[in-house]
Design a protein around this ligand. Sequence first.
Ligand code: CA
Length: 497
Amino acid sequence: MSLKSPSLSSNICVLAPSSVARLSGLCLLFSASLLLGMNSSQAAQAEAPTLDNQKFNACLDNLVQTGPFAGVKDTFAQYRPQQGDPSVLESLDYQPEFAKEPWDYLASLVDEERVLDGINASNQYADILARIESEYGVNRYDVLGVWGVESDFGTKLGKKDVVESLATLSCFGRRQSYFRGEYVSALKILKQGDIDKADFKGSWAGAFGQTQFMPSTFLQLAQDFDGDGRKDLVNSQADALASTANFLKNSGYQPGQPWGYEVLLPASINAKNDRKNKQPISHWRSLGLTLTDGSPLPDSLASAGLFLPSGKNGPAFLVGRNFDSFYAYNASENYALAIAHLSKQIENQDTNVEFATAWPTDDPGLSRKESREVQESLNLLGYDVGEVDGIIGDGTRRAIQKYQADNGLEPDGKAGKKIHQHLMDSSAELRQAAQQAEADETSLESESSIATGSSSSAKNAEAKSDSSGFLQNKSLMAIAISLLILLAIIIVSRRRH
Ligand code: CA
């Protein structure tokens, strides 16, 4: 199954490498888009296609008569969408307006927040991860790397109805035959009862669950690791993480090997970016490559290829077979590097996400915290970016562009450290005022909640005015009864005296 279109490759799965191509239709992903600001709401700023509902229904009538749907006709009928979802076609045709450099791509996917969340996850799921390591031979931190990059450790699973998305993509737009296969697979999953229909939500292209499997990949590789009889990649971390390990294992993952490591290149070397050209480590030693602290290359990898994501003057890596299995997940080298890097930082419990060799730029990418600060500043300065979500999409970039033009800067729309600093300076007073206003509001709310004798916020207190009135009456009654009892005690004790 080939999905080689350049517009697809920008944010989604392209094509599984040869080693895993035998798993037909294994284009797993379409998913990193969940975390990278290439969602349909941003794409929706282009023209919205209108779907011909008659055509959609005629297409579905026709589709269900074809061979692949033979075993799932009842499920098809049960969950047949009333209408298509035009937003998934916008995402299908989405062309990013702004090229993304590797340092921009990495900065938002591997930042301090995600490393900390990964360390927490490694503790919380230590038992499951240990069992996965022994059963599949996949390092726990590599599984965590995929989980973190795919869904931010299960916090962002996508909100599109998988059946509706795939039915739409089966009848409109490019790649219909691919999506028809996924549609059939999705119906099989529902028929098997692994995933509840209400939980069957995902990315615009139908990738779903904690580690964003496409339905066909699910049918081939999903695991029931918690032993409840269902492969529930949405609600069961054990199932999802074991399924991911199973995917990596089937993609040629080698137990006990590191994915690779960052290296230093000697200045004299004529190095080329060619990770597929694996050479014995002795070869790289003889060329003068070392670890970043200058120590000799270890024997943990027998052979490795040189990966230079930004050319000879940026960070350099020797990568082995396990890096290729990350690549198989989403067919993008930068994506594979994000998983590798996150895995390593979680393992080392190191929130400093800089590489030893800096990226060849004077304007590095932004963490999600910095991205949120950029968005907040733009909103405060009157450049509407909408929701502050820490995801730099086209909407934010256009707002940056406008801000740059208004301030005599080159209007390239680039969201890097430079514009971050510029915006922080410009919006300093406004941010301070906004913070003060927020603090005032909070203290007002707490005063009002003290006044009403309730811990609810002002808004909640308003919404609950009936019940709080009732509670107030009850409190008054309780006080009155207490006073009466006290009075009775005093009277009785006086009589005794
Ligand atoms: Ca299960």
